[in-house]
Design a protein. Structure first.
Length: 198
């Protein structure tokens, strides 16, 4: 069981497609962060307005992918989750924030839109600058992580569960580390089996 953000960041880094060029990596992670938050917002739109059913596993999967991109951004920048949130305990972070009150889907929609705004802001700032502003990156990513935790708690799940499922999925996809070909051809059934084992 994952207990620390350091554990998660180390496991997540083993599945990164690192190029060694900081600006390229940060643009990649920024675009990925925006893409994943877009998937979360689009799915919630379908739940709220198109009659799709709410699926906690889908929520966990999307938020897990968002947090993976946060981790990749931190790793490439030489930063850690401790820099981001001030401590290393995943469970402590869950307990410091509470869920939103009221209608769950409406609350999730509001929170997801906030995550999207922060992710977009971070990505645009990264792409426009050849100099990485680590302090501003921490501000943007702290907001993304905080809002993500609120989304999870509002839906009745925890950060530990989401992070463990995220690592299980990525380890099934990239057992030996990132491989470009495996990012194109995925065994979604195997990924789901590994997530279900968590």
């Amino acid at each position: 069981m994952l207990k620390t953000w350091s554990q998660y960041q180390l496991l997540a880094a083993s599945t990164q497609n690192s190029t060694g060029v900081l600006h390229d990596e940060m643009v990649n992670w920024g675009m990925g962060l925006v893409g994943e938050t877009g998937e979360l917002v689009d799915w919630l739109k379908k739940v709220r307005f198109h009659g799709h059913s709410f699926d906690l596993g889908k929520l966990e999967d999307e938020v897990g992918d968002i947090l993976w991109y946060v981790s990749a951004s931190l790793s490439s920048s030489g930063l850690t989750f401790r820099n981001l949130i001030g401590h290393n305990s995943i469970a402590r972070y869950d307990s410091n924030l509470g869920p939103d009150q009221g209608d769950v889907v409406c609350s999730l929609t509001t929170l997801a839109l906030h995550i999207s705004k922060c992710a977009t802001s971070a990505a645009v700032r990264i792409d426009r600058s050849l100099i990485l502003d680590r302090d501003q990156l921490l501000v943007d990513l702290r907001e993304v992580v905080g809002r993500s935790v609120r989304v999870l708690l509002t839906a009745g799940t925890t950060m530990v569960i989401v992070l463990e499922k995220n690592i299980a999925k990525l380890k099934a996809r990239f057992p030996k580390g990132f491989e470009a070909e495996k990012s194109k051809v995925r065994d979604r059934d195997e990924e789901q089996r590994k997530q279900d084992e968590v």
